[in-house]
Design a protein around this ligand. Structure first.
Ligand code: SF4
Ligand code: SF4
Length: 468
């Protein structure tokens, strides 16, 4: 109930400072368009001084030329919704959905705005407060809640997709024009090629080091990667073994939760994080390695999913919720995560490399460069291979348009960004585009096919594996 003004001479009881803070927070929340759960804090927006230095680094701003589709514009909209001055409605959701979460703005920002955190929290608010169209609700519910958390369901869906791709059904669907009629032809081109043998069969195994053991590492195998990048995973293990690593692939690991976290489905991301922390807890690993930059970025930020009072964790979620038992382990888990390229450069290559005569260009994966700030490691590994000529492309640090499921949800924008990327890659006259994330590989392969460039697309590790 609102309090009236105090009568003269009336001494109001002094609330403890903590209660005062609590009351302020309650008051702010009555005005806010956001809820208390997974909410950005004022300090998160306040770091943005509206200088605009990020604008030219933002792919959606460069493409669409609208302030509302720039980092600065989106932060402003978040703050306005939070203050109750802008409706959390269709327009807000459109501009937030259109963001790639590529975090190029974070790298460009001189004020240290943690944009990735902001946009994921804004999406968490949308998830809680906005009713999407029926088809979107069904699709999101299926993908984030019913499919990705369950490896057996991923395998079942992959077997179905594999039958579609290899039985001739896909060829018939393409030739008949039905895909075009349903508006699915471009999305179908972006579909991953499903492997015959899934990587799930390798879970629980340990692969010995070749020669003297230099390290014992755990390998994080991904979710979709286990059905469409099994060979990349096997190549990663081969390269690590050759480099003197004993590689353990812990059983019980699940999807890292990146797709769910990026979509604002944070309860699922948290649950997946808990499972992974448990799966990788048992043994004494020197590092937890991934070959997927998108996964690595989220694995390194598990701490942000779990607010802990006074522990320097994510200040954005409710400080009143005590951390559940063991959640502080998220930080120690994250501290051990390394991208495989980062790890190989840190530990040094100890095996001889055969020449691979190839002219290549490197496309930075956003979540490796902007999310994890790893720029040089993949380039150093490429340059270390005799015979490989690395030619830098223009705007290698700009998103290719893959961005998790962005190429499916925002196909038109994604394909426009991809066309720009293929133009830049084509200018280098490289025979192969090398990158460090399976999602980027899928997008770039689709780009090479759509634009008939004839370029191969490889992971840095696949290039190293060829040099073994
Ligand atoms: S996000 Fe950073 S770079 Fe962009 S306008 Fe704000 S302070 Fe400037
Ligand atoms: S994350 Fe990428 S698309 Fe989104 S505002 Fe930042 S630079 Fe633009």
């Amino acid at each position: 109930m609102p309090l009236g003004p105090a009568r003269p001479g009336t001494q109001l009881p002094q609330a403890p400072p903590q209660a005062h803070e609590e009351a302020q927070r309650e008051f702010a929340l009555t005005l806010s368009g956001f809820t208390a759960q997974d909410k950005p804090q004022y300090e998160d927006y306040a770091r943005c001084v509206h200088c605009g230095l990020c604008l030219n680094h933002c792919p959606t701003y460069r493409l669409l030329g609208r302030e509302a589709d720039s980092p600065r514009g989106r932060i402003r909209q978040m703050a306005l919704v939070d203050q109750g001055r802008l409706e959390l409605g269709d327009a807000f959701v459109t501009h937030i959905d259109r963001c790639l979460d590529c975090r190029a703005c974070e790298t460009a920002c001189p004020s240290g705005v943690e944009y990735g955190k902001l946009v994921e929290l804004a999406r968490a608010q949308i998830e809680q407060k906005y009713r999407r169209p029926f088809a979107s609700r069904v699709a999101r519910n299926f993908v984030y809640r019913r499919l990705l958390p369950y490896p057996k369901r991923i395998a079942a869906a992959a077997r179905f997709a594999c039958f579609y791709q290899r039985s001739g059904l896909a060829a018939i669907a393409r030739a008949s024009g039905i895909l075009r009629l349903l508006g699915l032809s471009e999305r179908e081109a972006l579909m991953p090629q499903i492997d015959r043998e899934f990587f799930f069969s390798e879970l629980g195994k340990t692969f010995p080091a070749q020669g003297t053991r230099r390290a014992r590492v755990a390998f994080f195998a991904g979710c979709v990667a286990q059905v469409s990048f099994s060979e990349l995973n096997r190549a990663t293990i081969r390269v690590l073994q050759a480099n003197g690593c004993e590689v353990v692939v812990p059983e019980g690991q699940v999807c890292c939760g990146a797709l769910a976290a990026h979509a604002g489905v944070r309860d699922v991301a948290r649950s997946l994080a808990r499972t992974n922390i448990e799966a990788f807890r048992a043994a004494d690993f020197d590092a937890i390695l991934t070959n997927a930059a998108g996964c690595g970025s989220t694995l390194k930020e598990y701490g942000d999913l779990f607010p802990v009072d006074g522990a320097g964790a994510d200040s954005s979620a409710s400080r009143r919720t005590p951390a559940p038992k063991g959640e502080h382990e998220a930080r120690s888990f994250s501290g051990r995560v390394r991208d495989v390229t980062e790890f190989l450069v840190e530990s040094g290559l100890s095996f001889p490399l055969k020449p691979v005569p190839l002219r290549v260009t490197y496309q930075d994966s956003c979540h490796l460069l902007h999310g994890q700030k790893v720029r040089e490691a993949p380039r150093k590994l490429i340059r270390a291979i005799p015979g490989v000529e690395l030619v830098e492309m223009l705007h290698a640090d700009q998103c290719c348009g893959s961005a998790g499921v962005y190429n499916v949800t925002e196909t038109k924008t994604s394909l426009e960004l991809l066309a720009q990327k293929m133009e830049c890659a084509g200018q280098t006259k490289a025979q192969a585009i090398v990158t460090a994330n399976p999602g980027c590989i899928l997008q770039l392969r689709a780009g090479a096919a759509i634009h008939h460039t004839g370029q191969r697309v490889l992971h840095v590790i696949e290039l190293l594996d060829r040099a073994l």
